[in-house]
Ligand binder design. Sequence first.
Ligand SMILES: Nc1nc2c(c(=O)[nH]1)N[C@H]1C(S)=C(S)[C@@H](COP(=O)(O)OP(=O)(O)OC[C@H]3O[C@@H](n4cnc5c(=O)[nH]c(N)nc54)[C@H](O)[C@@H]3O)O[C@H]1N2
Ligand SMILES: Nc1nc2c(c(=O)[nH]1)N[C@H]1C(S)=C(S)[C@@H](COP(=O)(O)OP(=O)(O)OC[C@H]3O[C@@H](n4cnc5c(=O)[nH]c(N)nc54)[C@H](O)[C@@H]3O)O[C@H]1N2
Ligand code: SF4
Ligand SMILES: [Mo]
Length: 713
Amino acid sequence: MSKTIKYRTCHLCEAMCGLAIEVNDNQVIAIEGHKEDIYSRGHICPKGIALKDLHNDPNRLKQPVKKTSTGWQTISWEEAFDIAEQEFKKIRKKYGDDAIGTYTGNPTVHNTGTAITLYDTINALNTRNRFASHSLDSVPVFLVNQMMFGHAMMAPIPDIDNLDYMLIIGANPIASNGSFMSTPNIREKIKTIQQKGGKVVVIDPRKTETANKASEHYFIHPEKDILLLLAIINELVLRDAINDSKALLLADHLDELKTIAKPYTKEVVSPITGISIEHITHIVDDLIKYPHSVIYGRLGVNTQSYGTLCQWLITSINILLGQLDEKGGLQFTLPAIDYVTLMAHESKMFRYSSRVKSYKEIVGEFPTATLADEILIEGKNQIRGFISIAGNPARSAPNSQRMEKALDDLEFMLAIDMYINETTQHADLILPPAVGLETMHYSFVLHMIATRNTAKFSPAPLSISKEQRYDWQIMGELQRRLFTGSIFQRIKSNIMSRIHPKTKLDLALKTGPYGVLGGRFLRRDGLSLKRLEKHTGGVELSPLSPVLPKRLFTKNKRIELMPALFVKEMEKVKELLTPEKEEQYPLKLIGRRHLRSNNSWMHNLPVLEGGSRTCTMMIHPDDADSYGIEPQEMVEVYSDFGAIAIAAEVTTNIIQGTISIPHGWGHHGEGVQMETAKRNAGVNINTLMDHDRLDALSYNMAFNGHPVAIRKL
Ligand SMILES: Nc1nc2c(c(=O)[nH]1)N[C@H]1C(S)=C(S)[C@@H](COP(=O)(O)OP(=O)(O)OC[C@H]3O[C@@H](n4cnc5c(=O)[nH]c(N)nc54)[C@H](O)[C@@H]3O)O[C@H]1N2
Ligand SMILES: Nc1nc2c(c(=O)[nH]1)N[C@H]1C(S)=C(S)[C@@H](COP(=O)(O)OP(=O)(O)OC[C@H]3O[C@@H](n4cnc5c(=O)[nH]c(N)nc54)[C@H](O)[C@@H]3O)O[C@H]1N2
Ligand code: SF4
Ligand SMILES: [Mo]
């Protein structure tokens, strides 16, 4: 084989950057940004370059391993599938279908073959005990979309290329590259907004990488955003600044929303949020003044006790400002594979409850925070067999000690993962997929939440060896062996599991809104996989454009501004107005993401080591003084659930009373076989987390603002 350049979209985060990969003899020589990519125009971040290290990682498994009394033993795929079949069937026979639990992690969204196959495989198991990383992240957004627009996946996206004022509450897109806003090179986009005379303003307890580039930053105390949002509504009402836009005319119960916000004046909320009355006034002035002003909030407001309420009010304010479904405001996408329409019948919630804590399912999943309960607490339908697919709940879920104890308590655990890490070390069997540049890519999930309607397909730049299998092949085999249901369903499931994801993609593209067999384009220039493959940098489809009321999925084709469920929960918000007395755990803990890191799993790649990626505890100098803590000194951070020892980073970049520690660290475990990660193991913040600390509406984990205490070591 000779040296060639291959093009592939990077799948690591939501930005969908185009990569140009120099390949020689199935080896990566170099990775650069693809200059002709219509989306990223050559932009790339260090993680994209690290795909080379991922490919070459000596710790990456390529063949199945089973746990034996003398350690991990490599076995054939056939033997591995036989073991899995036998063990799971045994468990099912003994305890029933629900005794098999599943957890699907974040990369299942990013790996195309996995994303296409995943739900067929899980459905084949016929278990209600399904868990996913969504409940550590996004379920408040799903719930709000469902309640307001009638569909969990109908997510309005900031029209970042056309807006002129962006209020970012609880997101750090310069480090994360954005979320529910798939777009490359946010740093450049922020600069462009500013150069055009617009503003980007950040509300965050920490002065983040994004805050540093923003026009203004205001510190806020964790979990007090809901008050700020209510005060903004109140101000808009007082100033008669509610915009009679098309979206507002489609919305019900505006008067009730105005009334509910009434007690929360800027004077009342200012001392509690930590943002002065003048600053709140100034923010509202700008929201009204700029013609295309948008509020955007992600993990900071999602993974907290008021996650759903915050997302509800953020969406509502965007509607009040006249920005929903408008150019330069918040828009809905119409991607080439219209997942929203395809999945309309799946967008359901609250149909049944979890066994131990009676948490209701959301889009077919229970909250990951209760996964350990379902394994550890005895009773009918207790989870006894478990499949973890592309997830690391031992680091990503709260109360890690209990999570790991639960994984050890299982009768049989299977992991589909390429690493022996904090989670998979507890498995009896690991089935490792081909990953990274060995896989093809079309992100039908991210195109759905992108800031432009585009489409990109990339074949796999690298081939795999005879011993390797793709995720979709592994899942397909499990699906066939473990299917339970009627004979008709079995035949259908069997056939489906054998169809190559590429064929499924092609069909979805052809029958989608821009496809050769459907939609509004002339058939002869419609989309197909073959056509897409010719355009290595992707194709532009259509600008984001108004879709309401056509794409509303509510029964009455209207937007609900006051879902009853949310209104009830507002009672709890009143409690925020009385001062807190938290003497035992006086500090609030928040998280942090680094550009050179990706949740818990990219710490084994040497090229990403170092830089600003530090697993330290950020603390304000006044707080450090009060404990007598010097910069870099080791401190213990503790809660009722655990304790960690970590170096203090004393900085004015964090609000007083709050500390920040990144998640996804703590790779020191004896069983972990990731040499580079172990060398710089860091500590695991989720050791400290109370697994019952949830957003009461969506049951999303409330990581942010968790009460903790510290002591000098
Ligand atoms: N304290 C705290 N905790 C958090 C968060 C936080 O902000 N603070 N963030 C939360 C969020 S937003 C998320 S999304 C979750 C993430 O939670 P998880 O998804 O549980 O964890 P990841 O760290 O993403 O681990 C991904 C796993 O998938 C494997 N993997 C990677 N690529 C592939 C692939 O292509 N195929 C397969 N089969 N496996 C693959 C990796 O080796 C790794 O084991 O963490 C959550 N946890
Ligand atoms: N480099 C990198 N990129 C990633 C990831 C990664 O781990 N590394 N993870 C990916 C994943 S899975 C996700 S979900 C996205 C997340 O994308 P983002 O949501 O942009 O990521 P975070 O950095 O967690 O941003 C949350 C911000 O909220 C702030 N915050 C914490 N508590 C509060 C609060 O109570 N109120 C307010 N207003 N702010 C608060 C934090 O200080 C932080 O700056 O990033 C994705 N991209
Ligand atoms: S920003 Fe995201 S998509 Fe772009 S190169 Fe980095 S990890 Fe990949
Ligand atoms: Mo996430």
